[in-house]
Design a protein around this ligand. Structure first.
Ligand code: BDP
Length: 326
């Protein structure tokens, strides 16, 4: 018994002298709209894992997925004021806080996916990440979001004319409202989380998104006509609150920036896999997938051209530079 007690005392002493590695010195929060297994959420988790590993556990970033901290617009506002430390969002709602971002999400802007990544990973993308500081954000990295397409519960969309009069939900973005109006449909801005029931009750006829979001939200259950028009590629972005970053040492800021960049290949790989899975699942569930003829695609592009002339001259310059990237 005496020996047993001595051992216990020794264990207690040893435990009390252990380095503090197990207890993080700083716990930060990241808000994410998507569910736990969605590629952006898994990218956030990889970012968090790398930060924890590289700071020896001093900094822990907790990922609150599935809108636990709120819908995108509200979360962006809180990041701006330092109440939430990080978020991963679509650049569409972010453009309300940093209008130049509209230049990166114009319809049919990129020739293809490779072109988009050249732009984002090159000097233009870097400039955009750095441009957020006056708005009190720090841009960290980009994630993949594929291309967005229209879907609805009423009819197959084979041409621009088929969209006429349909009520289409858009993100809380002026540009997206203009885009839907340019096609003769009626834009209805609404938070992401309200779209399923709005489709189900007929408050809206349709929405637009990529394969993974169409699948993961179950929108395919209530809007089975999906047209592959690929009107936009809207990158995802990981941002930090400038207030949070300003509290950290230069070394920790660098660790965070690098960890974000290093989480990109992982997110992009998962994205590709999840795009395929989503396409298979919604097709098996009975969605009607419509491929557009080249003429129909040209008509979509033509209908959206006025959006380019409505852009501010400085953003038209950015668009020109993006198009020049080879
Ligand atoms: C998804 C984005 C998400 C957006 C959502 C939407 O990943 O961040 O909020 O679209 O349409 O593709 O609101």
């Amino acid at each position: 018994m005496k020996r047993f007690l001595t051992v216990l005392v020794l264990i207690a002493v040893a435990a009390s002298t252990l380095p503090a590695a197990a207890a993080p010195q700083m716990v930060l929060r990241l808000g994410e709209t998507h569910v736990a297994d969605y590629p952006t959420t898994r990218g956030d988790m990889e970012f968090s894992r790398l930060v924890e590993e590289r700071t020896g556990g001093r900094i822990r970033i907790e990922v609150y997925h599935s809108k636990q901290l709120g819908e995108e617009k509200a979360v962006i506002e809180q990041v701006q004021f330092g109440a939430i430390d990080f978020t991963r969002v679509s650049i569409s709602p972010l453009a309300a806080f940093a209008p130049a971002f509209d230049a990166l999400q114009m319809p049919y802007l990129y020739r293809d996916e490779e072109h988009m990544w050249k732009v984002l990973n090159g000097p233009i993308g870097e400039e955009f990440l750095n441009s957020l500081e006056p708005a009190n954000f720090v841009g960290l990295c980009w994630y993949d979001s594929g291309a967005r397409n229209f879907y609805n519960s009423r009819r197959e969309i084979k041409s621009v004319a088929d969209l006429k009069g349909l009520k289409i939900r858009v993100q809380e973005s002026k540009l997206m409202m203009g885009l839907v109006s340019a096609l003769g449909a009626v834009p209805t801005p609404m938070p992401f989380g309200e779209v399923y029931s709005a489709l189900q009750t007929g408050v809206i006829d349709g929405a637009e998104n990529n394969w993974p979001s169409y699948f993961s939200t179950s929108h395919y259950e209530v809007a089975k006509y999906f047209t592959l028009d690929g009107h936009t590629r809207v990158p995802e972005i990981l941002i930090a609150s400038k207030m949070t970053m300003d509290k950290l040492s230069k070394e920790d800021q660098d660790i965070i920036r690098q960890a974000a960049k290093d989480s990109m290949p992982y997110q992009i790989k998962l994205w590709k896999e999840y795009e395929k899975v989503s396409e298979e699942k919604v097709t098996a569930a009975g969605s009607i997938i419509t491929h557009l003829s080249p003429e129909a695609v040209s008509a979509f592009q033509k209908a959206m051209e006025p959006l380019y002339s409505e852009l501010k001259p400085e953003l038209q310059e950015v668009v020109k530079k993006i198009r020049e990237v080879q």
